[in-house]
Write a protein that binds this ligand. Structure first.
Ligand code: NAI
Length: 329
């Protein structure tokens, strides 16, 4: 029997957490032969809800689930002890009237303690995926508070944006989602992100040619992807949770599985300076991996329109970094 993988989920009793933990426990990420031990972390008032989730995990009788550890956010080191993966979902959601800058200042401090506890307690091979918003900058804060954890172990989630973009292009072209390849999100997980349709293919042909409607791509398509989260809130009365959990699963799978030839995946990682983007900024790029070490896809061309979009989203990330300067170790 393989040694179990330990995977922590913060905010495990929240909306996304409730969709996420069962699918991880079921073996969906690491396969049917790999046992997992789930570490569920919540704030003290939500610990009772974790008891209920543990009961339901028991009642699923997943052959892959080798144990459950529960911990409160007051004792993150117990929560992250020996974890190989940490998925940071827990955070305060944005409320009506709250500016993005307010949210950054409210959630930022959660990620200083998260980074310190990961460094102190997690396994040496830990990989961290930040979902809680503003996820790029939260990831930057956590990473900078864990200087001993190599910078290539940190990821912030832009996969939901990628999936949204793929779905829009598939629907518009009347082709299956699997026909859409090469779609990647650049920059911030926010309304400035750039879904790069210029470097996307549909059925192996340029998406721009297949769609044949530049105005739609430059305007409606980008706006739909950028504003999709708000549209779901308006329709459902609650933010995207099942699709966000699905995207977190997809990200974890993509980072541990060699990327199939001819495809890429999106995640925000610590920029290595590729494409002139500030080294150290947590920025979404098109990535490939051998299942262990990722690399940014090189050699993509950006026309003036695309470059202006990338510059704008990077400028937003720079300004978020300035807003949390005091939280960066
Ligand atoms: P939610 O409010 O349903 O759940 C959040 C959970 O986190 C709650 O159970 C809360 O008790 C817990 N929590 C709060 N502070 C915590 C802390 N310090 N430590 C541990 N747990 C803590 O929210 P939901 O819908 O699950 O969303 C979670 C986060 O994910 C939000 O920040 C949301 O904006 C973000 N999100 C990110 C997406 C992305 O694409 N990157 C997509 C959708 C949501």
């Amino acid at each position: 029997m393989a040694t179990p993988i330990r995977i922590a989920v913060t905010g495990a009793a929240g909306q996304i957490g409730y969709s996420l933990v069962f699918r991880i426990a079921s073996g969906e990420v690491f396969g049917p032969d790999q046992p997992v031990i789930m570490h569920l972390i919540e704030i003290p008032p939500a610990m009772g809800a974790l008891d209920g989730i543990e009961m339901e995990l028991d009642d699923c009788a997943y052959p892959t689930l080798a144990g459950v550890v529960k911990a409160s956010s007051d004792d993150l080191e117990a929560g992250f002890a020996d974890c190989n993966f940490v998925v940071c979902v827990g955070s305060i959601p944005r409320k009506a009237g709250m500016e993005r800058g307010d949210l950054i200042r409210i959630n930022g401090p959660i990620f200083t303690s998260t980074g310190k506890a990961i460094q102190a307690a997690a396994a040496k091979d830990v990989r961290v995926l930040v979902v809680g918003n503003p996820c790029n900058t939260n990831c930057l804060i956590a990473m900078s508070n864990a200087p001993d954890v190599p910078s290539d172990r940190w990821f912030a989630m832009t996969r939901l944006d990628e999936n949204r973009a793929v779905a829009q292009l598939a629907q518009k072209s009347g082709q299956p989602v699997a026909a859409v390849t090469g779609m990647a999100i650049w920059g911030n997980h926010s309304a400035t992100q750039f879904p790069d349709f210029f470097n996307t293919k549909i059925g192996g042909k340029s998406a721009v040619e297949v769609i044949g409607d530049d105005e739609w791509l430059k305007n409606d398509f980008i706006a739909t992807v950028q504003q999709r989260g708000a549209a779901v809130i308006k329709a459902r009365g609650a933010s995207s949770a099942a699709s966000a959990a699905n995207a977190a699963l997809g990200t974890l799978k993509s980072i541990v599985t060699p990327t199939p030839a001819g495809t890429v995946f999106s995640a925000a990682i610590c920029s290595d300076g590729s494409y002139g983007i500030d080294e150290g900024l947590i920025t979404s790029f098109p990535l490939t991996t051998d299942g262990n070490k990722w690399s940014v896809v090189q050699g993509l061309e950006h026309n003036e329109f695309a470059q202006a979009k990338i510059d704008a989203t990077v400028a937003e990330l720079q300004s978020e970094r300035d807003t949390v300067k005091d939280l960066l170790a």
